[in-house]
Design a protein around this ligand. Structure first.
Ligand SMILES: [Zn+2]
Length: 137
């Protein structure tokens, strides 16, 4: 990201990383500070890349709530780490996104190749079916 910014003469990068992503060291504030220092050392003060991470202290649910308040068209947003034409539904960012929308009780408007909650509901329905109850009894 820093090298891409330098290549395109970009000195301010806004990155929507949030606290759920902080499980990875390259999503810590100290990492972004170090990147800035390295780019300043390599390119000089005026070309150092500054990373702005305004959501680093809040979780994905809070980011979605902020977006709802701002009228973000979530159907036009992308979270999947795998690319493709629809969200895969199983990579970490997809699971985080899908889970956060579920916690908030908001329907995520994007399509998922695999919907982790639809699959869970099928399991619940199987457990609640009369056939299963008779097996248990
Ligand atoms: Zn995915």
């Amino acid at each position: 990201m820093a090298s891409w910014a330098l290549k395109h003469d970009i000195v301010d990068v806004y990155y929507a990383v949030h606290s759920n992503d902080a499980v990875f060291h390259d999503n810590h504030a100290s990492y972004f500070e170090a990147l800035h220092t390295v780019t300043v050392e390599c390119e000089g003060d005026e070309y150092g890349v500054t990373f702005h991470t305004p959501y680093l202290s809040i979780n994905k649910c809070a980011v979605i709530q902020k977006g709802m308040g701002l009228g973000v068209p979530f159907g036009d947003t992308w979270s999947c780490a795998l690319g493709g034409t629809v969200h895969c539904g199983v990579c970490d960012p997809c699971r985080d996104r899908r889970t956060s929308f579920e916690i908030l009780g908001i329907k995520d408007p994007v399509l998922y190749e695999h919907d982790i909650f639809a699959e869970s509901r099928e399991e619940v329905n199987i457990l609640e079916s009369p056939k299963h109850i008779s097996v248990v009894a």
